[in-house]
Design a protein around this ligand. Structure first.
Ligand code: ZN
Length: 307
């Protein structure tokens, strides 16, 4: 039997949902299959009210799960190359706002922040990793706030026309508090852009607790789009745009298949084989991954109402 099957399943039978206070029940226990920092099983609960999924007891030593090789810092030339390759994120933002002050939360080494600066935005970032902060400030010349608590850090910043948070909200201890702080900071008419794993994804139904986008225990929440829209409305934000089939989602669909297979092997050779096989499988299942709202990740944009 695998360590996952031997794992204790739950510490409690029910708990109230941090998003809606509804009753939440055990969904499954999952281990860190993506990075193997530990074999400890982590219990995820699912809310009966809003279908939100959350980690029952986030590890007290969560920082340990973000190893220093989580981000490999590129040279400026490498970063520019990546930035030139895919403009989907910045193009999506510019459909709604084309100038002004933009904040990115959790930029890592800043591909999107750099694209935003190149098209003329004044760019602020909130990032927790010290090496990334040095690179963002020194090499990219954007305004850096170093913090692992963005909903607090944002309160000290000037108002923004755009706040973007790409695949970071699911890592935060209190996503609603972040939404609330972001809404308070936005200028009237400003937009909040969120991308995150999609718990309505077809891959999640097929792969369950082995779905790489669960990323236990780093992902503390998986929030369905419907719930996100309702939470945003509570803080005065109105949905403008939604997709689970942009180039971002498509790359995460591919990643889901590749990583699922790679996670089954420890040898580098077999991981390379599975990387190629996973790519092939992702092409085979692309029609299903791209149907309806099946994509592995979604991007959603909200606008703050004019007064
Ligand atoms: Zn709930």
């Amino acid at each position: 039997m695998s360590p996952i099957q031997e794992a204790p399943v739950a510490r409690s039978q029910s708990r109230s949902c941090p998003l809606c206070s509804g009753k939440a029940e055990v969904l499954f226990a999952a281990t860190d299959e993506n990075h193997h920092v530990s074999q400890i099983p982590y219990t995820y609960l699912k809310c009966r009210g809003c279908n939100g999924i959350f980690l029952e007891n986030p590890p007290v030593d969560l920082g340990r799960y973000y190893r220093s090789d989580y981000y490999a810092i590129p040279s400026f030339e490498q970063l520019q190359k990546v930035a030139d390759k895919d403009h989907n994120k910045i193009d999506t933002v510019r459909r709604f706002v084309t100038e002004g002050r933009l904040l990115e939360v959790g930029p890592a080494f800043g591909v999107f922040a750099w694209q935003a600066k190149q098209v003329g935005f004044v760019v602020d970032v909130i990032e927790m990793d010290a090496r990334c902060c040095a690179y963002l400030q020194g090499t990219l010349g954007v305004n850096v706030t170093q913090s692992g608590d963005p909903q607090e850090a944002i309160k000290a910043l000037p108002p923004h026309d755009v706040i973007a948070i790409w695949h970071v909200l699911e890592h935060l201890a209190d996503p609603y508090a972040f939404l609330s702080s972001a809404a308070a900071n936005l200028k009237p008419g400003g937009i909040l852009v969120i991308a995150m794993p999609n718990p309505d994804a077809w891959q999640f139904k097929v792969m369950g607790r082995h779905w790489p986008h669960l990323d236990a225990p780093r992902h503390l929440f998986l929030i369905p789009e419907v719930t996100m829209t309702r939470l945003a409305a509570q803080v005065g934000l109105k949905k403008l745009f939604l997709t689970s089939d942009d180039s971002d989602a498509k790359s995460w669909n591919r990643f889901g298949w590749q990583r699922l297979l790679m996670n089954r092997f420890s040898s580098k050779f077999m991981q390379r084989v599975m990387f190629v096989l996973g790519y092939g499988i992702s092409l085979f299942f692309a029609a299903l991954d791209r149907q309806g709202f099946n994509g592995s990740a979604y991007t959603i944009i909200f606008r703050k109402n004019e007064p």
